[in-house]
Design a protein around this ligand. Structure first.
Ligand SMILES: [Zn+2]
Length: 184
């Protein structure tokens, strides 16, 4: 398998602190994977320097220990969610086979599935959202509210809605902005 080579850049943050990041034209919103920060060059260059720094401070938040723990926990809940789906599919499958046999205990498997799914879903949501809000706080702490708010508005401009990315993996950006505005 051919490994992609991403161009490396360095940005100077507060107090001369340097942070490396990489360019990936296939992404829309900046993200962190395998301990590295990636941005879309075209979109990132449209931001003002203080907005770029706010974004990088947000992404640096994802590299912190607690944040990594949140994401790991969210992954375990995601497994639960998948188990829930498997249970439900299995129950429906069995239901079709035994539809006439009035095999009632079947419904228990289905409700077990729904329970797994709901607990899993809520767990994913809680830890993912906590992780994102924590990173927003990191950006606010270092760059102030308006930099990250403007960066968020620009990052989501003209972005087509994706269920996973824009509602589960991240809180809706408008909610994030209102939370940031609430900070003193
Ligand atoms: Zn984030």
């Amino acid at each position: 398998m051919k490994e992609n080579v991403y161009e490396r850049k360095v940005i100077t943050l507060k107090n001369g602190l340097k942070q490396e990041y990489f360019l990936d034209s296939s992404i829309y919103i900046p993200l962190t994977r395998d301990g590295k920060i990636f941005v879309n060059e075209k979109r990132f260059n449209k931001l003002k320097l203080n907005e770029q720094r706010a974004i990088i401070y947000h992404e640096r938040g994802h590299l912190k220990k607690t944040n990594i723990l949140f994401l790991e926990l969210s992954n375990y809940f995601f497994i639960l969610l998948l188990i829930g789906i498997i249970f439900m599919i299995e129950a429906l499958f069995l239901l079709i086979i035994y539809i006439l046999s009035k095999c009632f205990p079947l419904m228990i498997i289905f409700f077990l599935g729904i329970s797994f799914f709901l607990v899993g879903f809520l767990g994913v949501l809680t830890f993912r959202w906590m992780s994102e809000i924590m990173c927003d706080f990191n950006a606010v702490k270092n760059m102030g509210k308006s930099s990250i708010i403007n960066a968020l508005k620009k990052a989501y401009e003209n972005k087509k809605f994706e269920l996973w990315r824009d509602l589960v993996a991240h809180p809706p950006h408008k909610l994030r902005i209102s939370i940031i505005k609430e900070l003193d």
